[in-house]
Each structure stands twice: as structure tokens, then as C-alpha cells.
Design a protein around this ligand. Structure first.
Ligand code: F6R
Length: 248
């Protein structure tokens, strides 16, 4: 793995957006689909903004893009303002030309009986497309990537999980209280993410500094699931100065 430290998250996000755009264009030139793994949360917002700008101002087309989002709360209605389905459409999909049928986001409305098979099928669908060409990640204070909380197996697939208390505390403000934060979620697995050909993890701000130190410099352990990325051959941590402050 390697880290790139930018003085601002803005500059860093634009750089990542350009890598994604270049990948999409190189796939277009070969008449291939580009399979993107996407994240929600505050970290990637500026990346999506830049991709939207490139679509509107530079004609970047997403017609050959197939996307798979990392996670969704469970249960969760698609049209809820708290859903990751809503987030992705607000920040990206409503503003670009990705075909609606190419968008995959774990559904927070599948029945508990269907959930297990649904998750297996999500991974199979990624495999059917030849795997993820690029996976964008953020990181939670627990060391989660997607919603792979501490204890997640390095080879885990897409599945339902119980959210860590710290994760629910961090989500509480936007839900107007922790009691409103779902206790469960569906997440791509560590194994799913690690099969991506390229991974970029974004980390901004001082509140990510200590978990980034553990992730980048700590021992590989299920206690900090993001440490599994140390074993991935093509991962870059793109972080800003504040987030890098505890690195040696
Ligand atoms: C979101 C996701 C999470 C977030 C992480 C950081 O799809 O998978 O792992 O990336 O919780 O969230 P922010 O970016 O809001 O700090």
C-alpha cells in the first residue's frame, strides 16, 4: 500500500475523480464496461461533485459504467432521506448519464427470509461483471470499510451485520438521535472489496488520524478491518494533512 498526503481534501478529491474519469474513458476506448465500487458518507462527496462537473462541462459519459455500492442500512426504505440509495442519487446518479439498470445498491427492503440469498447474489453479480475495476472507500472510526465492523473476517462476502456502537454514535446527529439509527446494515464483505483491481481509501480530518495510523502502521487484525487493505497489491490511502498527523 502507499499513502498520498494532500494539503487539502479538495485537491485530493479532484485528483481521485480524475483517476476515475480516466479509467472510465480508457474502458470506453476498448468498448468495455467500467465496474465501480462506490461509497457514501461525507468523505467522497467532493469526488462525486467533480465527476458531475466533468459530466456537465466536459462531456464525461457514464454510459459504460456499472456501479455497486458498498452498503445500506437495514431495514431502510429507498426514498428515506437517510438511505444510501437517496444519498447516491442526490450526489451522483441524478446528475449523470449512468443507465438506471446499471446502478446496484444493497436494498434495505428485502425480507429477512430473502436476505441471505440476496447478499450471495450481490457478490455473484459483481463477479459476473468480471469484478470491481475500482473501489472507492471511506473509513469509520471503528476501522470499518463498508460496514465491516471489528470482528469481520478477511474473506467475508456481502452479508448483513450489526453496526458497532461507535458507528451508530457517529450517525446519530443526522438521524436526530441514536435511537433512530438502524442497528443493522447490509455490507459488501472484506473479501468482496479485496478482489477489486484498484482501491482508493479517502480519509479527511483530525478525527480520522488515529484510526488511519492503526490502519496503515498497525498489525493486520480483524479488530481493525481496514488493516486487511495492507495485503492488497493496489491500494492507495489518499488523506489530507490533518488526517496524516499521527503517522510516523
Ligand atoms: C459508507 C461506508 C462507510 C463510510 C465511513 C466513513 O458507504 O461504507 O464505511 O465510508 O463510515 O464515513 P464518513 O465519510 O462520513 O466519515
Amino acid at each position: 500500500i502507499h499513502n498520498v498526503i494532500f494539503s487539502s481534501s479538495d485537491e485530493a478529491s479532484i485528483c481521485v475523480a480524475h483517476e476515475i474519469a480516466d479509467l472510465i474513458k480508457s474502458k470506453q476506448a476498448k468498448n468495455e464496461v467500467c465496474v465501480l465500487g462506490l461509497a457514501t458518507g461525507s468523505s467522497p462527496i467532493r469526488v462525486y461533485e467533480e465527476l458531475v462537473r466533468m459530466h456537465k462541462e466536459e462531456g464525461l459519459s457514464f454510459s459504460n459504467v456499472v456501479s455497486f455500492n458498498l452498503d445500506e442500512y437495514y431495514p431502510m426504505e429507498k426514498n428515506s432521506i437517510h438511505s444510501y440509495h437517496y444519498f447516491m442519487h442526490e450526489h451522483l446518479f441524478n446528475h449523470i448519464d449512468i443507465p438506471a439498470e446499471n446502478v446496484n445498491i444493497p436494498s434495505g427492503t428485502v425480507s429477512t427470509e430473502e436476505l441471505h440469498q440476496y447478499c450471495i447474489d450481490y457478490d455473484l453479480k459483481i463477479n459476473d461483471y468480471g469484478g470491481l475495476d475500482f473501489q472507492l472507500l471511506g473509513i469509520g472510526r471503528t476501522g470499518h470499510i463498508g460496514f465491516n465492523e471489528p470482528g469481520s473476517h478477511y474473506n467475508s462476502g456481502t452479508r448483513s451485520i450489526t453496526l458497532d456502537h461507535i458507528t451508530r454514535v457517529d450517525a446519530a446527529p443526522s438521524f436526530l438521535g441514536i435511537d433512530n439509527v438502524p442497528k443493522k446494515a447490509i455490507t459488501m464483505g472484506i473479501g468482496t472489496v479485496k478482489k477489486a483491481k484498484r482501491i482508493v481509501l479517502l480519509g479527511w480530518g483530525a478525527n480520522k488520524a488515529s484510526i488511519l495510523k492503526e490502519t496503515i502502521e498497525g498489525e493486520i487484525s480483524s479488530e481493525v478491518p481496514a488493516t486487511y487493505l495492507q495485503e492488497h497489491h493496489n491500494t492507495t490511502f489518499v488523506i489530507n494533512k490533518e488526517a496524516s498527523e499521527e503517522l510516523t
